[in-house]
Structures are given as structure tokens and as C-alpha cells.
Ligand binder design. Structure first.
Ligand code: NAP
Ligand code: GLV
Length: 316
């Protein structure tokens, strides 16, 4: 009988494919993360691991697992930068993720952050909650309009394209940059050109060697002083130190972030930075989307253990 380690508690119904397949689920009664050492110890005794993006599935975990019975790791996330793909490849352990099922929810959060940052919503709400709102003021809390502005998408895959669709509804002009020419209108070959032209820059790339600190001091200096940076991709895509300096110096108008380098720890200067909207990595956090993610990850495990190639197999 196949055994599946499910590292954290998931939404109701998310594990149905595993239950229906009759697999034995190895789970903790309380929703507490496995330490890295506990993952290494548990991996050899299971055929599959259903993990989250917060679990570090290192070469050590994979090699320990492959020395036992581990065949597949499925993450209930589309990003898989927490998994050592080289180790998985060399140990013949399959990796699955959850592409497609979270695009709408994550695109919503990118727009939420773009709006909130443009309109300085966090600063305005803070003033109200702290009793500093003395009445409707003509000159108070003046933000910038999304309407009529230029959106620069860095990354134009599943989520980036959904953000583009929404932006058109806001009357925005949409540009996008990727390494490969998409052939679609609005393609900008050079990232620098997109950064110079955009009023809102929104990041939708995976975290890889080529995207680590893709947005640093030099790139922030190219942005308009009125521009807004939105990051729903991964924290390390942005050099947070450089971002804080840009916000403190008024070099850019505002930032809206859902993801952080080293999260859940947040760089202290970022917490104190002006004109900044900060969310706790909630891009895909709706009950329906999280359930779809869990089910897709679970279905990937069922496919691999049944000898089928799952549609959500990570191949890169
Ligand atoms: P996707 O469909 O694979 O799209 C990725 C895009 O990034 C592609 O257009 C790709 O085009 C581009 N890209 C990759 N490397 C690049 C580089 N160095 N420079 C410029 N463009 C580059 O991915 P997705 O499903 O939209 O997801 C994107 C990321 O969002 C995920 O990997 C994940 O980290 C993050 N995410 C976050 C949340 C959240 O809760 N905040 C939720 C879901 C996803 P080329 O390869 O042609 O360059
Ligand atoms: C969320 O960040 C994901 O990659 O699914």
C-alpha cells in the first residue's frame, strides 16, 4: 500500500484523490511544520511527499527518500524554488506543482496591490485607525490613478496574462517583458525599456538564478519617480535593501508586496518604509483555489504512483 507524507493540513476535500486511491496518509494531528531533519528522516518511508512552498525539499531529503521508496514530491504551489530539481532528476524522483489553478486568485492580488499602492491605501487606513483622520481633506492622501496608466509586466506566463486582462478593464496600457519574444502586442525586449516606460511594474517570474535580484538599485533608478512596484512573484526577485532606499528617498511612488526574501521574517526597514502595502503571501489564498491546488498536487501523486505522466509534472 502506497504511503504519502502530507506535511501540513490542507483545505477540506484537497486530499480526496489520495483517499480515493486508498493510499495511507502520514500526517500530524496538529498543523505544525516538519523540521528539515524530520523531513530527511520521514522521506525514505513514504512513496510520495505532498509538501508546501514553505518546506525545504533539499538534496538531502530527496536522496534520503530515494534510498528508500520515495518516487514523487508534489508541492501545493506553482513555484517550486524550494525543491532541489537537480537532485530530484538524478535520483529519478518526479516533481509536480499546481500550474493554472491559482492564476485568477493571484492576478486579483496583484491588482489589489497595484490599486492599494497607487492610492496609498495602507497609509490612509493606518491614519484612520490611529485617530489621525480629522475630516475630509482636499489635499489629504493623494494617490495616483491606475486608469490611463502603463502597466509593465515582468513575466508574461499564466499569471502575468491574467493580470493583463484585468488591467485592460482599468483602462491601462499593458507592456510585457520576457526573455523569449511572445509575439504579442506590447512585447518589450529589454527589461530596462519596460521599467522606464511603466507607471506600474508588476513581477510574475519564477525565482531562478536569472531572476534573483532582477530588480535592484539600478533598475529602481530607471523607474519613474511616480511609479509603483508590485511583487507577487518571490521575495528574492527584488533587492529589498535597494527597494527600501528607493521608498525612503522618494525615488519611486510606492510598493505593494505579497512576498519577501526570507519570509516569514520581514526586513525591519521594509516594515517601516513609507508608501508600502504589505500582504502575507496570500496570492492564492481563497478556499476554492487552495482546494484546487491541493487536489492537483494530490492527483499528480496518484498519476506518478500509477505509472502515468501527470499534466503537472515539472519538466524544466
Ligand atoms: P509561468 O507561467 O511559468 O510564467 C513565468 C514567466 O516568467 C514567463 O513568461 C517567462 O518567460 C518569464 N521569465 C522567466 N524568467 C525570466 C527572466 N529571467 N526575465 C524575464 N522573464 C522571465 O509562471 P506563473 O504560473 O505565471 O507563476 C509565476 C510565479 O509567480 C511562480 O513561479 C511563483 O513564484 C509566483 N506565484 C506567487 C503566488 C503568490 O501567492 N504570491 C501565487 C502563484 C505564483 P521566458 O521564460 O520566455 O522568459
Ligand atoms: C505561491 O506562491 C505559489 O507559488 O503557488
Amino acid at each position: 500500500m502506497s504511503r504519502v507524507l502530507v506535511t501540513r493540513h490542507l483545505t477540506d476535500g484537497g486530499l480526496d484523490p489520495l483517499d480515493e486511491a486508498g493510499f495511507t496518509l502520514v500526517r500530524r494531528p496538529v498543523d505544525e511544520p516538519y523540521t528539515h531533519a524530520e523531513l530527511v528522516a520521514a522521506a525514505p518511508g513514504v512513496d510520495a511527499i505532498l509538501c508546501l512552498l514553505t518546506d525545504r525539499i533539499t538534496a538531502e531529503v530527496i536522496e534520503a527518500g530515494a534510498a528508500g521508496r520515495l518516487q514523487v514530491v508534489a508541492t501545493a504551489a506553482v513555484g517550486y524554488d524550494n525543491i532541489d530539481l537537480d537532485a530530484a532528476r538524478s535520483c529519478d524522483v518526479s516533481v509536480c506543482n499546481t500550474p493554472g489553478v491559482l492564476d485568477q486568485s493571484t492576478a486579483d492580488v496583484a491588482i489589489l496591490l497595484a490599486l492599494a499602492a497607487c492610492r496609498l491605501a495602507s497609509d490612509a487606513e493606518r491614519d484612520l485607525r490611529q485617530g489621525q483622520w480629522t475630516g475630509w481633506g482636499f489635499l489629504d492622501h493623494l494617490g495616483r490613478d491606475l486608469y490611463g496608466s502603463v502597466l509593465g509586466l515582468v513575466g508574461y506566463g499564466r499569471i502575468g496574462r491574467e493580470v493583463a486582462r484585468r488591467a485592460e478593464g482599468f483602462g491601462m496600457e499593458v507592456l510585457h517583458h520576457t526573455r523569449t519574444n511572445t509575439g504579442y502586442p506590447g512585447y518589450v525586449a529589454e527589461l530596462d525599456d519596460l521599467l522606464t516606460a511603466a507607471d506600474v511594474v508588476s513581477l510574475h517570474v519564477p525565482l531562478t538564478e536569472s531572476t534573483h535580484h532582477l530588480i535592484g538599485a539600478r533598475q529602481l533608478a530607471l523607474m519613474k519617480p511616480t511609479a509603483v512596484l508590485v511583487n507577487t512573484a518571490r521575495g528574492p526577485v527584488v533587492d529589498e535593501d535597494a527597494l527600501v532606499v528607493a521608498l525612503e528617498n522618494g525615488r519611486i511612488h510606492a510598493a505593494g508586496l505579497d512576498v519577501y526574501d526570507g519570509e516569514p521574517a520581514i526586513y525591519r526597514r521594509l516594515l517601516a518604509a513609507p508608501r508600502t502595502v504589505l500582504l502575507p503571501h496570500i496570492g492564492s489564498a481563497t478556499t476554492a483555489t487552495r482546494t484546487r491546488m491541493a487536489r492537483l498536487a494530490a492527483q499528480g501523486i496518484c498519476d506518478v504512483l500509477a505509472g502515468r505522466v501527470p499534466p503537472n509534472l515539472v519538466t524544466s
